[in-house]
Write a protein that binds this ligand. Structure first.
Ligand SMILES: NC(=O)c1ccc[n+]([C@@H]2O[C@H](COP(=O)([O-])OP(=O)(O)OC[C@H]3O[C@@H](n4cnc5c(N)ncnc54)[C@H](O)[C@@H]3O)[C@@H](O)[C@H]2O)c1
Length: 270
């Protein structure tokens, strides 16, 4: 019997690790042909080999490289059905400010606001930090939508799944560039979805909460414990749990879902 995603071609950015790799495995398990992008060819190839797919190394903030890879994959596999714009980089490494964060939390709890120390997240942020965060997430997602639509529109069929974040819904102090980029992805998703819905193409965004992937490696154990305290489920999510939402939005069950935003947060209260 044919599998539900039999011969559907899916292109996943940042697919060598975390959510992207879990999505590659999950979609391949239902019959999809998976194309894996990442910065390192070796890392992308490893996941592609595991799922019997193709690998492309490029930076998603390079629009020409993005277009070339998508065009090449379509010329080899004949079509593009599902685009998962997932590549991303970590919110800032706040570990060096853990002591200040904890001390300020104590002061807040006792109402001692006047002695709270400045955190300096904004003041310490360089032009390059700001630019890179917006480029990888927001520009990368736009380039991915555009490259995919060039192939999906003529066939009047397709699914685009953009990975935003709960920080795109509830911005985090200390990560203005990450929060802005992820909020931008939500607005981009809705705008593009409205344009292409009559053409049979669904565009949705997923807002993961806190998921245990290498993205969070820079966070100290104390910072992670502080985050987990705000997650109703009392633990971070697993990449495989997110992959189930990606699978839903990639498959026929989500036909009426477009321009929509799906948090998967385990009850995170920001
Ligand atoms: N892990 C979380 O808690 C969490 C929460 C909310 C949203 N997200 C988002 O989920 C997505 C996947 O994150 P993850 O947790 O799996 O992280 P991860 O670090 O495990 O994987 C991200 C992958 O993207 C790749 N990548 C980074 N920059 C790239 C670029 N410019 N071009 C191509 N590839 C690039 C990395 O090399 C890496 O393999 C990201 O967009 C992230 O912002 C993650």
């Amino acid at each position: 019997m044919a599998q539900v995603l039999q011969d559907q071609v899916v292109f996943i950015t940042g697919g060598a690790s975390g959510l992207g790799a879990a999505a590659a495995r999950r979609l391949a398990a239902d019959g999809a042909l998976v194309v894996v992008n990442d910065l390192s060819l070796e890392a992308a190839q490893k996941v592609a080999d595991e799922v019997g797919g193709l690998a492309y190394a490029f930076d998603v903030s390079d629009s020409e490289a993005f277009d070339n890879a998508v065009d090449d994959a379509v010329s080899k596999l004949g079509r593009l059905d599902i685009m998962v714009n997932n590549a991303g980089i970590s919110p800032p490494n706040a570990s060096s400010k853990t002591d200040r964060t904890l001390s300020n939390m104590g002061k807040r709890m006792t109402g001692d606001i006047s002695s709270i120390e400045p955190m300096d997240y904004v003041i310490d942020m360089s032009d390059e930090d700001w630019d890179r965060m917006i480029r990888v997430h927001l520009y990368g997602t736009f380039y991915g939508c555009r490259a995919a639509l060039r192939h999906m529109q003529p066939r009047r069929s397709g699914r685009i799944i953009n990975i935003s974040s709960v920080l795109g819904l509830y911005p985090a102090a200390g990560a203005p560039h990450y929060s802005v980029a992820k909020a931008g992805i939500i607005t981009l998703t809705k705008s593009v979805a409205g344009e292409v819905a009559p053409l049979g193409i669904n565009v949705n965004a997923i807002c993961p909460g806190w998921i245990d992937t290498p993205l969070l490696t820079p966070f100290s154990e104390q910072m992670k414990a502080g985050i987990v305290m705000r997650i109703g489920k009392g633990r971070m999510g697993q990449a495989e749990e997110l992959a189930e939402m990606i699978r839903f939005l990639a498959g026929p069950e989500s036909e009426y879902c477009t321009g929509d935003v799906y948090p998967v947060s385990g009850g995170y209260v920001g």
